[in-house]
Design a protein around this ligand. Structure first.
Ligand code: NAD
Ligand code: UDP
Length: 338
């Protein structure tokens, strides 16, 4: 298949480009590089020994999207492009509604006029809010607690409405749990701007000596060791989940929702210990107050994706940590060194 990947230069997008190419598909990327570096795609090209058609621009630009759909026969779109920082979304909600919701609407409208019917959308486990129990199933109640999460829920709703109205539309909503790790080559990985918001890149920067210590947000949760529990999933497993979703649901219609996680809950302290062991570096930490909006536990029941898509995560915590460390230690300044 010929797949348009929006946000294909980003963390998950770049790994998914590799998974698509490895599975025999071709990719076209549109990215405005607002949160990434063109070097990531150059490295994807080197890893895959191929060239990728790249359009530098904004997904909100309908004329650009029309141009792409005219110049390439696109079978489906994977839509990663968007803004993803929870704290920033509270400070700049309009940015999030414009870049996540309005841009997605423009994409879906342009797809319809171009006769492209299959859309895979990057949603998030954050749409479950504070789950009443774990593991989380797809039919659990949703309710986001910040503008980022609400923007994801709004796009999910837009996709479901479009599937009702347009009998040819195939909307695949993937709710990611916590993507971590990097490609085994160590050439591509997560390269956040400024101070990382997420646990894994923060630990990686402590291990490599860029930051003195980790603040653990809360040691008094009702969990196995008092720290927050999450479902960390290797980004290469996540990338392969997109390929499986496209292949398994090709030619279908309607809307479909899947959790992409491992089903395993890992605490912050367990992650710190795993990273210290693999990197052979100390990870100094201090337990501080809980972070507002955090939940105690969040992990998936990934059974529906397994049964329906024939996909399940195969990489373990050691693979996640080892690949993260390989990327971080070989590229201590991310893509900016390039
Ligand atoms: P990322 O920031 O690394 O990648 C997003 C890419 O989209 C970047 O290359 C950025 O330059 C590009 N982009 C942003 N706005 C754009 C626009 N308007 N037009 C064109 N390009 C644009 O983020 P990621 O971690 O790879 O996440 C990808 C998607 O997955 C996002 O939608 C995010 O909300 C979602 N998601 C991420 C996580 C996570 O923890 N990383 C978890 C759940 C869901
Ligand atoms: N966390 C932490 N220190 C940090 C970043 C995160 O203790 O500097 C904790 C956070 O409280 C949560 C877990 O690590 O329990 C995962 O947080 P992350 O921001 O990576 O993902 P999310 O909150 O979206 O699940």
């Amino acid at each position: 298949m010929h797949i348009l990947v929006t946000g294909g230069a980003g963390y998950i997008g770049s790994h998914t480009c590799i998974a698509l190419i490895d599975a025999g598909h071709t990719v076209v990327v549109v990215d405005d590089f607002s949160n990434s570096h063109p070097e990531s795609l150059r490295r994807v090209e080197a890893i895959c020994n191929t060239t990728i058609a790249l359009y530098r621009g904004d997904v909100s630009d309908a004329a650009l999207l029309q141009q792409i759909f005219t110049e390439h026969k696109i079978d489906g779109v994977i839509h990663f492009a968007g803004s993803k920082a929870v704290g920033e979304s509270v400070e700049k909600p309009m940015l999030y509604y414009r870049n996540n919701v309005t841009a997605s609407q423009t994409l879906i409208e342009t797809m319809q006029s171009a006769g492209v019917h299959t859309l895979v959308f990057s949603s998030s486990a954050t749409v479950y809010g504070d789950p009443h129990t774990v593991p989380i199933l797809e039919d659990f109640p949703v309710g986001a607690t910040n503008p980022y999460g609400r923007s994801k829920l709004m796009v999910e709703q837009i996709i479901q409405d479009q599937a009702v109205a347009n009998g040819q539309f195939n909307g695949i909503i993937l709710r990611y749990f916590n993507p971590v790790g990097a490609h085994p080559s160590g050439k591509i990985g997560e390269d956040p701007n400024g101070i990382p918001n997420n646990l894994m890149p923060f630990i990686a920067q402590v291990a490599v000596g860029k930051r003195p210590q980790l603040a653990i947000f809360g040691g008094d949760y009702p969990t196995k060791d008092g720290t927050g529990v999450r479902d960390y999933i290797h980004v290469c497993d996540l990338a392969e989940g997109h390929v499986k979703a496209l292949e398994a649901l090709h030619g279908q219609t309607g809307s479909h929702i899947f959790n992409l996680g491992t089903g395993n809950g890992v605490s912050v302290l367990e992650m710190v210990q795993a990273y210290a062991k693999v990197s052979q570096r100390p990870i100094p930490y201090q337990v501080v107050a809980r972070r507002p909006g955090d939940v105690a536990q969040c992990y998936a029941d990934p059974g529906y994706a397994s049964v329906t898509l024939g996909w399940q995560a195969t990489r373990n915590l050691n693979d996640m940590v080892a690949s993260s460390w390989h990327w971080q230690s070989s590229n201590p300044h991310g893509y900016r060194e390039a």
